[in-house]
Design a protein around this ligand. Sequence first.
Ligand code: F6P
Length: 331
Amino acid sequence: MGKIKRIGVLTSGGDAPGMNAAVRAVARTALADGMECIGIRRGWQGLINCDFVQLTRESVGHLLSRGGTILYTARSQEFMTEAGRQKAVSTCKMLGLEGIVAIGGDGTFRGALELSRLGVPVVGVPATIDNDVGCTNYTIGFDSACNTAISCIDKLRDTMQSHERCSVVEVMGRNAGFLALYVGTAVGATAVLVPEHKLDFEKDVVERIRASRLAGYTHFMIVVAEGAGNAMDIGEKIKEALGIKPTITVIGHIQRGGTPTGRDRETATRMGYYAVQAFAEGRGNCIIGTQEGGIVEIPIEEALTMKKHLQMDRYKIMEIMQFGTNNPDDN
Ligand code: F6P
């Protein structure tokens, strides 16, 4: 790869707080390195449709605190076809794009791999509230989404406590329990249901609520990862088993919005910087990740085979915390 003159940047898949900070970092690093930076709108679909905007230092100003993505995002079916990807390659040729920084999750990176096989170098920046990308400890947006869910559940707890009720709260996370376990631990949930732990309803839910009641508590908070079950069904089963009717809350897309936390802004800035550095130093076709606090580059093909497991020691800690006290006012 010679000296790159122009790169594109896009956000794809589900949005995540901090994506804008990553776009800003990519654009400003590129400009500082003497490259032009073109924003591709609406993810891979935008690359197919030649839907772009020129990015300048000024146009990416005031973005650090903005949730969502100014570049818009999409889940493109057309990009999954060879014909769609060929159109994307044509756009790269037309605009003179010598590399693409793709900000998103696993789906985005699968697309990146296919595009790289057609000769367009791609660097991936992991951003998803699910934190479920195997090659990196951390994905942009996770901390913000956790904090949003925590703040919703804190509010919910106030009213559950006043009315002495049970609450079943469903959080996102797709097929992974990272978000649910983190949030459940941080709010002192009575039980947390994650897809990585095979559910024994009697032991994991009924017994925990019962033990909690016996310890003097009169309100109960059950956090369910969307991949572990449906909050309505869990609520029904609790009613059958214990004769109490839980309130059901599905936090939903609220978790994906809002001002990114400091951690997400800072991580996004570093990842965006290193993504462009990879191109500037003649490397492409890799994913930027964090491992042991530092930034690493992993070849895309290898990155997509890497697996990350929910830390079951953390699950155990969450379980122990609920029964370490007999004070019903202490969650
Ligand atoms: O991947 C992010 C995520 O918010 C998941 O947690 C969730 O399962 C999914 O996207 C929801 O997708 P959509 O916004 O298309 O409903």
